[in-house]
Design a protein around this ligand. Structure first.
Ligand code: PGA
Length: 251
């Protein structure tokens, strides 16, 4: 059975007092969150522990990135094992901003996926095309390559632990959301390549989130698409009221 998930990616936003204010508001609102939706909050790494301690147990936290290495001389990095040891259940991997600004390749992303799975952290694997790829009709190829190179070396049991987030880069932070049809089409495509390589069962069971300018007004329609299992939300997750509406829309 695939899970409905709404994850809020705070990116590099908010001072510590602001982060606490948002966390406390979400805690207060959490009694109105649907029981069958897994809510995940992804603050900057520095705040993970503080945010964890203020949130009810039913909400999970996610790191926004981790190292592909186990441990050692990697100044500034955080390992998946460290995340696990701090009660961090999820980690966003391969976000387009990591690909674009920090040179993360499909190869590095694959290693990070492996590091997460080895350490019992659930990866939220991000994929998605840039605008020129969509305009030239290359978007299925791009996403297929990203998914295959990062995930298709995994065993069926391992893949079953992964969450996929389709985030068209042209929709991230732009206010331009993919249409319901565009989202549904790509989600169904991702499910079809998973079915081809693995099985229908695993394809049906894997959660595929949509990300890219999800907001309180468009979430319900997007989440109603049969192959969309929730969302990875950036800007709108920084406001407790909006994020709460989005969570409720996933019911
Ligand atoms: P956005 O970001 O909702 O602000 O477009 C989504 C994301 O980058 O995960």
């Amino acid at each position: 059975m695939r899970k409905k998930i709404v994850a809020g990616n705070w990116k590099m936003n908010k001072s510590w007092p602001e982060a606490m204010e948002l966390t406390k508001s979400l805690s207060l609102n959490s009694s109105s969150f649907p029981a069958d939706v897994q809510v995940i909050v992804s603050p900057p790494a520095l705040y993970l522990q503080g945010v964890r301690s203020e949130l009810p147990e039913t909400l999970a936290i996610a790191a926004q990135n981790c190292s592909q290495h186990e441990s050692g001389a990697y100044t500034g990095e955080i390992s998946a094992g460290m995340l696990k040891s701090m009660g961090v259940a999820y980690c966003i991997i391969g976000h387009s901003e990591r690909r674009q600004y920090y040179g993360e390749t499909n190869e590095v992303i694959r290693e990070k996926i492996d590091a997460c799975l080895k350490n019992g952290v659930t990866p939220i694997f991000c994929c998605g095309e840039i605008l020129s790829e969509r305009n030239s009709g290359e978007h299925f190829n791009t996403v297929s390559t990203q998914v295959k190179q990062a995930l298709f070396h995994l065993s069926e049991e391992q893949l079953a632990l992964v969450v996929i987030a389709y985030e068209p880069v042209w929709a991230i932070g732009t206010g331009v959301t993919a249409s319901n049809e565009q989202a549904e089409e790509m989600h169904a495509f991702i499910r079809s390549i998973v079915a081809q390589h693995y099985s229908e069962t695993i394809a049906n069971d894997i959660s595929i989130l949509y990300g890219g300018s999800v907001n309180a007004a468009n979430a319900k329609e997007l989440f109603a698409c049969p192959n969309v299992d929730g969302g990875l939300v950036g800007g709108a997750s920084l406001k407790a009221a909006d994020f709460t509406t989005i969570i409720q829309a996933a019911q």
